[in-house]
Design a protein. Structure first.
Lengths: 196, 382
């Protein structure tokens, strides 16, 4: 009868290499052997020194009504001030924060939807500026040429090649659809004008 | 100042922005000298993280020089070279005062389930990040530390997230001497987790990925045994056979939200945003660990649901441990290990990109071109 594999009997599997062999092969092997002598042990250390010299931090000035999770009792004393909510995306975000707790899928799905609206608001408004969005430079796609796009991908047994074709569709597809929609709208207007 | 800004999924550019201001008495403004792109930045770049706003500057791995300090700052003065943990944290709330720095309750009004992270969407507090010439650093007396004179700048920047997170991932595994440890993902965090597992006495360390050049790094840098999951019909079965049908004692998920290996999972999560993350690596971890074993998760996932095989985890009696790394708790020990020569974090750096070329850097890192493992953002001269 063949040898019985490990889990069917009580014994532990034998080590492939002894501690001495591992110590000789791997610099530092076992220097943190004691689980009780590791930096995050125990997980919670009441009273740990942090450098804070306050019981509750002074409050940062709120320059606009800061959106917050309704699971918070109040706006936290310190917060980020990047990119205040604006436009339709801002309205969706404020609603998601004000209406749904973090426990509700609607909270997160609305925020994801607002992100898509936000991108479109900025793409469209950039067309009216001296620096419209440039999909070539902003996607960094030219690195395909300078960083070996083909040889990095093919003949290398990579799992991600089977879905990377979706990326250009995700990035460029909405622009193509918007363009086609614009052309269809112009044609429809022309036809309507021709009938008058 | 010049700063990277997000323009929507897969699109970023460099813009002129105002230098950040002191907004709180314990703020500091740091002039960034070296930054990095983290694998988790790619989740933002791909539009996966809720409330990622156009105009935000990413970047939670950076070191620099103190430019200005607020009125209550005691430990730093302008001119100090500092390293800044990716965690924004107050040091005094219920969680910080117990050492859970990554779970601070006083810095992120947008969510209670997440702490504060520089440049990581409004879900993580709405702070602009360090892929810029200057960055606002709240609680300057709590998070940042002066870079020791003996430490290389590139080692310091890797101490702000990637190395401590990998080391923390190994700690969460509660490794004991002789354990078989499997690490999913041979990116920077996975490489550091594998290396750290040996420091904690692992008897065998196995790294799984699909990128051959990264597996090569896992063999040379982290002394690991490696398998490319593309070459096997069923990687879980391979690991069962490799462990004599027992399973690994500890499995570390160092992949997170954009895991490959299952087309449907990847596309529904990373492309269609219908899941908080693609749990392929996490499910493999649950299946490949032995009954009663530990799964450590340091890969980043979004806040919405993911299709995780939770029943297997229950039925196998697993311990699941996870968190964002409380970076500063790891530093004293990691400083020792770097000084002793056991760890040389900058060995994994493959690219150094000027801020002006960051869009190409993101694309290269995202598409895994040019054998990229860790790209740093090097400073524009002051």
């Amino acid at each position: 009868m063949a040898e019985i594999p490990t889990p069917y009997t009580a014994g532990k599997p034998g080590l492939k290499e002894s501690a001495e062999e591992l110590r000789a092969r791997i610099p530092g092997w076992g220097v943190d052997l004691d689980p009780a002598d590791r930096p995050s042990f125990p997980r919670e250390q009441p009273g740990i020194e942090t450098g804070a010299h306050w019981d509750f931090p002074e409050r940062q000035k709120e320059e606009w009504p800061r959106e917050r999770s309704i699971e918070h009792a109040f706006v936290t004393p310190v917060f980020g001030t990047s990119t205040p909510p604006k436009g339709a995306s801002g309205a969706i975000r404020k609603y998601a924060y004000a209406r749904f707790s973090e426990g509700r899928a609607a909270h997160w799905l609305l925020l994801i939807a607002a992100d898509r609206v936000d991108a479109w608001e900025h793409h469209l408004s950039s067309l009216a500026t001296l620096r419209p969005d440039n999909p070539v430079t902003e996607t960094g796609v030219l690195s395909e040429f300078s960083r070996h796009g083909l040889s990095s991908r093919f003949g290398r047994k990579r799992a991600d090649v089977n879905h990377q074709w979706i990326d250009p569709i995700l990035v460029g597809g909405p622009w193509v659809l918007a363009g086609l929609g614009g052309v269809a709208a112009v044609r429809a207007l022309r036809r309507a004008a021709g009938r008058k | 100042m010049r700063a990277m800004v997000y323009r929507g999924p897969y699109k970023i550019r460099v813009e002129e922005k105002d230098i950040p201001k002191i907004e709180h008495p314990n703020d500091a403004i740091i002039r960034v000298t070296t930054g990095a792109i983290c694998g988790s930045d790619l989740h933002l770049y791909h539009g996966m993280m809720p409330d990622t706003r156009v105009g935000m500057t990413f970047g939670h791995e950076f070191v620099g020089v103190v430019h200005e300090v607020g009125s209550s700052v005691q430990n730093l003065v302008p001119g100090d070279r500092v390293m800044v943990p990716f965690n924004v944290y107050c040091g005094s709330c219920y969680f910080c005062s117990r050492g859970l720095f990554s779970n601070c309750h006083n810095v992120n009004p947008n969510a209670t389930a997440v702490g504060g992270i520089y440049g990581y969407s409004h879900t993580c507090g709405g702070y602009d990040g360090g892929q810029a010439e200057f960055v606002r650093v709240p609680f300057a007396d709590v998070g940042p530390a002066k870079i020791p004179d003996w430490m290389d700048e590139e080692d310091a920047v890797l101490l702000t997230d990637a190395l401590p997170t990998g080391y923390f991932g190994a700690q969460l595994g509660d490794i004991v001497e002789g354990d078989t440890v499997v690490v999913f993902g041979a990116g920077p965090v996975g490489l550091f987790a594998a290396k750290s597992a040996w420091l904690m006495g692992a008897g065998r360390v196995i790294v799984i990925d699909h990128l051959e050049y990264r597996l090569e790094k896992a063999r040379t840098f982290a002394h690991a045994e490696t398998y490319n999951f593309v070459e096997y019909d069923d990687i879980v079965m391979l690991l069962k056979k490799a462990t004599d049908y027992l399973g690994a004692d500890v499995v570390i998920d160092a992949v997170g939200a954009e895991a490959d290996g299952n087309f449907l999972q990847h596309v529904t999560a990373a492309k269609l945003k219908l899941q908080g993350g693609s749990p392929v690596a996490l499910n493999w971890a649950i299946d490949a660990v032995r009954k009663g074993g530990t799964v450590s998760v340091v890969g980043a996932y979004g806040p919405i649901f993911s299709a995780v095989k939770f029943g297997d985890a229950v039925n196998k009696g697993l311990t699941l441990r996870m968190n964002q790394c409380p970076v500063k708790r790891q530093w004293p020990r990691l400083f020792e290990h770097i000084r002793s020569g056991y760890l040389k974090p900058s060995d994994i750096v493959t690219h150094r990109i000027p801020l002006e070329h960051i869009a190409e850097g993101y694309h290269m890192f995202s598409a895994k071109l040019d054998d990229c493992i860790k790209p740093l953002i090097v400073s524009t001269p002051a």
